[in-house]
Design a protein around this ligand. Structure first.
Ligand SMILES: Nc1ncnc2c1ncn2[C@@H]1O[C@H](COP(=O)(O)OP(=O)(O)OP(=O)(O)O)[C@@H](O)[C@H]1O
Length: 302
């Protein structure tokens, strides 16, 4: 388990992480989300002992990372897929990591197989595509068979098949009871992968709840309705007291009413419908709405 308590990091006048508190529980994938500059990477670096907190603490299995014995057996991490020696082969890179952590040699072939790099094991990393480097980074994270995994943007550079592979892998690892923390900007992907979300903005905690609860709290639902006679429908909606907005193609989007209510209303007034459907915000839309005030850099309209 990862536990972050009042975690704070200041760089001069910039407060990158501002009193964060959250836990990453075993048995689920926790998505770590936030706009650019929100403090995600800084937090992950502090969890891994690569940066020292200005205040507060980040604990893995109840201890700071630096105090863990054989850390690769306790927590696996993928931070920067480029931070590898290009002159080494994939197997050479993993062999060096395994030796420095006292891990058995048989793990090399197991993880190379698991990430789909068995064929490329003896090629030099400098010839690897970004996707292959990501896979190698995942292999390194899995090498010690750790109960905690921490991955910063693991799907960067992966093609659709690779993205699907990461999703299945992470869900499988959580299914085995591991604690998985994964940061990503790809909301559609997070909606499919993460059971739980920790959302940060300007270094502060904005939300810590299940993906389902996040969507229920921050996503809107509307009813899309389209009738044979658009003018009749418009009149009906206007007099019904619902909040309705016209959209393209003569359709309307109604908020604050269920499809059943709109359908029954239309039937009572003899308005034949072509379409009646419930629209739910995607995780991306819900996320954009909740973080709108916490975006550090945004395009300003000229
Ligand atoms: N070494 C550093 N020195 C000074 N400021 C830093 C340093 N590292 C990060 N920052 C600042 O801290 C803030 C948080 O940065 P961080 O990289 O943690 O955000 P992030 O959420 O990971 O962003 P992104 O999604 O863009 O990767 C930013 O304002 C950044 O400029």
């Amino acid at each position: 388990m990862i536990e972050v308590r009042n975690l704070t990091k200041r760089y001069g006048a910039t407060t990158a992480v501002d009193g964060l508190d959250f836990r990453v529980e075993p048995g689920r994938v926790t998505g770590f989300l936030g706009p650019n500059g929100a403090g995600k990477s800084t937090t992950l670096r502090m969890v891994l002992g690569l940066d020292r907190p200005t205040a507060g603490e980040a604990l893995v299995h109840g201890r700071p990372y630096a105090e863990l014995e054989a850390p690769l057996r306790r927590v696996g991490a993928l931070l920067d897929a480029h931070a590898v020696h290009g002159g080494r082969t994939a197997r050479g890179h993993l062999r060096w990591l395994a030796a420095s952590n006292g891990l058995p040699r048989r793990r090399l072939d197991e993880v190379l197989q698991q990430v789909g790099l068995a064929e490329a094991a003896d090629r030099r990393i400098k010839g690897f595509s970004l996707g292959m480097r990501q896979r190698l980074g995942v292999a390194a994270a899995l090498l010690g068979d750790p109960p905690v995994l921490l991955l910063d943007e693991p799907v960067n550079g992966l093609d659709p098949e690779g993205i699907r592979w990461i999703r299945t892998l992470l869900r499988g690892l959580a299914g085995e009871g591991r604690a998985v923390l994964v940061s990503s900007h790809l909301m559609a992907e997070m909606a499919l992968t993460a059971d739980h979300l920790v959302v940060v903005g300007r270094g502060r905690l904005l939300a810590d709840l299940s993906t389902e609860a996040f969507l229920a709290q921050h996503g809107r639902t509307r009813v899309r309705v389209r009738a044979v006679d658009p003018l009749k429908l418009a009149d009906l909606l206007r007099t019904s007291g619902t909040a309705a907005e016209p959209v393209e193609g003569g359709a309307w989007e109604v908020s604050g009413a269920a499809p059943e209510e709109i359908g029954a209303l239309a039937a009572r007034h003899g308005v034949a419908l072509y379409e009646l459907s419930l629209l739910q915000d995607s995780l991306e839309e819900a996320f954009m709405r909740m973080t709108a005030d916490a975006v550090e850099y945004r395009a300003v309209a000229a």
